[in-house]
Design a protein around this ligand. Structure first.
Ligand code: SAM
Length: 475
């Protein structure tokens, strides 16, 4: 039997099955205890978060007025910490060669009919130019696990290629990396290559299910996978992104496990996860999402997003094009701070859409709009699409980023950065209609910068972007 210890470096001690089961029992016993629920909500209002047990009680609670209070608080925290800014990114699939046997993923090694592809450096270049021509500045690179086809050297070479491409006014300024769990030494190499966030989804925190869902390949090793973020931090990466694939296991188990993971990283490394992603399992080549028993409906999904928002206010939250426009609209309000747009989940898909018979995609996309349409839609909803990558380039990562959040300087820093990068987008890539809406928003939003000096400089930079073709200003 393992004992729960959030400071331990052993997977089964910091993600402790006994502690999760006790938390879920406690949540069931207290889900109608209004006094306790009010106390938890009051604690959350202090904006310093709540723990996995408290979050589990809120998740189990079915009292409509209390759920409404949770939603209102999530919306408020979202506004206070992230304003109206939504950070934009796109995934870039490098290779779908994979030696694992993940039963929910079409890249699994036994899938003989999926079209296997791996980008050459020249193809990476073409994909990146296509992404730059859309207006993207931030990518998340994705690859299957295959030490022969996609060794770390290949990933590092791709990162170097991506950063080196300067096409027209375009540039990829931040490359986040979503590749399989690896060694401290390899994490150090990724850090040296200048990556932004290292992202690795836990898929499920339930060890038994994890082993069944990953029957073969290196990913089968639950402890190695679960302890990956500790190795990443040991290797010098201080922005890490976690997530579970909702639909694989009971969502209540996953929320408790994911928050325990965040508490563990904070306790051991002094900084929690930079981002949390909330993917739901989707239809893909030989994958039928209905074959999994734990799918969650949209309402439950929204409740999870709201509870994560109040549980870890300083952690950004990401949603991909796995979700439809309708669902994305709802969860943006409740806590999402980063979304992808114009995504292709196939290898090489930005240059050439795939023919019907050569599917290399990882999952079906639900939101098929172009980046321009997504940007316009966000602005019409009152958000400010941001292409900002300043924090990481100014060395504000890990706890330094957190202290910026905590000092309340975001409005003098992130807000002008968002406006300046939006202006770049409008000048270089937007349709006329999007540009018109954007210019009005920038004019209005500039007035909201509290510090007079910052406001003046931001206005000057925006004028320089528009009139003098200058780029890449940042605070
Ligand atoms: N191979 C790497 C790994 O082992 O973590 C990279 C991850 S993969 C390219 C990105 C993520 O897509 C996976 O972690 C998984 O959660 C998700 N994914 C896999 N199959 C999926 C499906 N059918 N629907 C939705 N998401 C899926």
């Amino acid at each position: 039997m393992f004992k729960y210890d959030k400071t331990s470096l052993k997977a089964e001690e910091f993600i402790n099955d006994g502690e999760i089961m006790d938390s879920l029992k406690y949540a069931d016993e207290n889900k109608n205890d209004i006094e306790l629920i009010d106390k938890i909500i009051e604690k959350a209002k202090l904006r310093k978060g709540i723990d996995h047990r408290e979050a589990s009680v809120l998740l189990a609670c079915e009292i409509p007025e209390k759920i409404q209070e949770i939603y209102s608080l999530a919306e408020q925290i979202k506004k206070d910490f992230y304003g109206d800014r939504i950070v934009m990114f796109a995934p870039l699939y490098l290779s779908n060669y994979c030696v694992n046997g993940c039963v929910y993923c079409p890249y699994h090694a036994k899938n003989k009919h999926i079209c296997r592809k791996k980008l050459t450096q020249d193809e990476v270049r073409q994909e990146v130019i296509a992404l730059q021509d859309m207006g993207h500045k931030r990518l998340a690179i994705e690859a299957g696990e295959d030490p022969v086809n996609n060794p770390i050297e290949y990933i590092l070479e791709c990162i170097k290629t991506i950063y080196s491409i300067k096409h027209k006014n375009g540039a990829i300024r931040r490359v986040n990396v979503n590749i399989a769990a690896t060694t401290v030494e390899n994490y150090r190499k990724l850090k040296e290559a200048g990556i932004g966030t290292y992202i690795l989804f836990q898929e499920t925190y339930n060890k038994k299910s994890y082993e069944e869902l990953h029957p073969t390949g290196p990913k089968h090793n639950y402890n190695y996978h679960t302890e990956a973020m500790d190795r990443a931090m040991e290797g010098g990466i201080d922005d890490v992104g976690i997530g579970v694939l909702f639909g694989l296991e009971l969502y209540r188990y996953e929320l408790a496990g994911m928050l325990m993971h965040a508490e563990h990283l904070e306790a051991v490394h002094g900084v929690g996860p930079h981002t949390i992603s909330v993917p739901r399992i989707k239809r893909a080549d030989d994958i039928d999402p209905d074959a999994f028993d734990n799918g969650i409906d949209d309402e439950t999904f929204e409740k999870i997003v709201a509870i994560i928002r109040i549980a870890v206010p300083y952690t950004g939250m990401i949603i991909s094009t796995r979700e439809s426009q309708k669902v994305r609209e709802k969860v943006l309000k409740l806590g999402i701070s980063q979304i992808s747009g114009g995504s292709r989940t196939s290898v090489g898909g930005y240059v050439e859409p795939e023919a019907e018979d050569e599917n290399s995609a990882q999952f079906d996309v639900s939101d098929n709009r172009t980046l321009d349409e997504v940007v316009r839609w966000l602005m019409e909803l009152g958000y400010i699409p941001s292409f900002c990558t300043a924090c990481y380039r100014e060395g504000r990562t890990g706890d330094r980023f957190m202290s910026l959040c905590k000092s309340g300087q975001i409005q003098n820093c992130c807000h002008p950065n968002a406006l300046m990068t939006l202006e770049e987008y409008l000048m270089d890539y937007a349709s006329d209609e999007t540009r018109k809406i954007g210019e009005k928003i920038i004019e209005k939003e500039l007035l909201k910068i509290p510090n007079e000096k910052v406001r003046k400089i931001a206005a000057e930079h925006i004028a320089d972007i528009a009139n003098n073709n200058k780029r890449d200003f940042r605070f």
